[in-house]
Design a protein around this ligand. Structure first.
Ligand code: 13P
Ligand code: SF4
Length: 299
């Protein structure tokens, strides 16, 4: 299967991009593997004619918005992020009326329609930097209350208004489950994604995006880590650090949507050029502004 995919990639000038939460088999065959910010950047700079995006809908959509002339294919079009829809209709307008100087900072984990109503996009690796750089005092941070709360703790000079959305996978990690692993591995450091609930961040030695967690573990002198994010990062963590040990809280956080990016699906969409991501031109131009602003401010 891998050989067939490699041959198709060459024949069609295609490239494969995979998020760290995609299955190991997708990460292994991908030309680019990274967190949401990295993948948005490489999609924009790519010279491929076809991008096969092994992630969830908002990622494929963002790639299509940034590169309208490319075919962006998703191995499974039903791979969706529930959090991407967690902004109630009318909420942004309501906030704009209440705070005339409001900036809407929109986590990239959101639909293109929500991005259109926002001033700037952010990812977990650049949210603090971008929110700090905004001239506005009042910031409506959507959709993730947990990342929003984390940003608020890092940027106390701003008034960050939270929205009640969250990632069900990260929000399901409990303090009790993390403490149970800590008890078993007393020397291990706890590394968590800011999509986790605040009590997990309090238990952690480090919080950051998937790429930042991977970077931290590589540079650290420690040998054992408890990882509070989706289990797909284990592939990169273990290949980078064969001498280190990585543990996950139980039940292990798994995003079932990310797992739809199988080799069979990658092969099928590349062969038939199906599952194309489509975005209407007005939505595309509306969502392009906050995405480009993120790429500019996040540099
Ligand atoms: P990052 O890629 O920014 O670490 O975000 C994690 C995530 O939940 C992606 O869906
Ligand atoms: Fe969405 Fe959470 Fe899955 Fe990321 S891990 S795609 S935020 S549901």
């Amino acid at each position: 299967m891998k050989k067939k995919i490699e041959a198709l990639k060459k024949e069609k000038n295609a490239c494969i991009m995979a998020h760290y939460y995609a299955p190991a088999e997708a990460q292994e065959i991908a030309d680019f593997v990274g967190d949401s910010f990295y993948l948005a950047k490489v999609a924009k700079e790519s010279t491929a004619d076809i991008i096969v995006f092994c992630g969830v809908n908002f990622m494929g959509e963002s790639a299509k918005i940034l590169c309208p002339d490319k075919k962006v294919l998703m191995p499974d079009l039903t791979a969706d992020c529930p959090m991407a829809h967690m902004v109630k209709e009318g909420k942004i307008d309501e906030m704009r009326q209440r705070f005339p100087d409001l900036a809407v900072a929109c986590y990239i984990n959101s639909t293109a329609e929500i991005k259109c109503q926002s001033d700037v996009c952010v990812t977990s690796s650049n949210a603090v930097k971008i929110v700090k750089a905004l001239p506005n005092k009042n910031i409506f941070f959507i959709p993730d209350r947990n990342l929003g709360r984390y940003v608020a703790s890092q940027v106390p000079e701003k008034n960050i208004i939270l929205n009640d959305g969250c990632c069900p996978i990260h929000a399901d990690v409990t303090a009790a489950s993390v403490k149970a692993v800590m008890n078993l591995h007393k020397d291990a450091e706890v590394l968590c994604h800011p999509e986790c609930e605040p009590e997990i961040l309090e238990l952690s030695h480090f919080s950051g995006s998937t790429a930042e967690i991977i970077d931290y573990a590589k540079k650290s002198d420690k040998k054992e880590f408890i990882i509070c994010t989706e289990e797909g990062v284990a592939f990169k963590l273990m290949s980078d650090n064969p001498d280190k040990k990585f543990y996950f809280p139980s039940p292990c956080p798994v995003c079932k949507d990310m797992k739809l990016n199988t080799l069979e699906n990658i092969f099928k969409v590349l062969e038939n050029e199906e599952n194309q991501v489509e975005v209407t031109e007005d939505i595309r131009t509306g969502a392009l502004l906050p995405l480009n602003r993120m790429l500019e401010l996040g540099k």
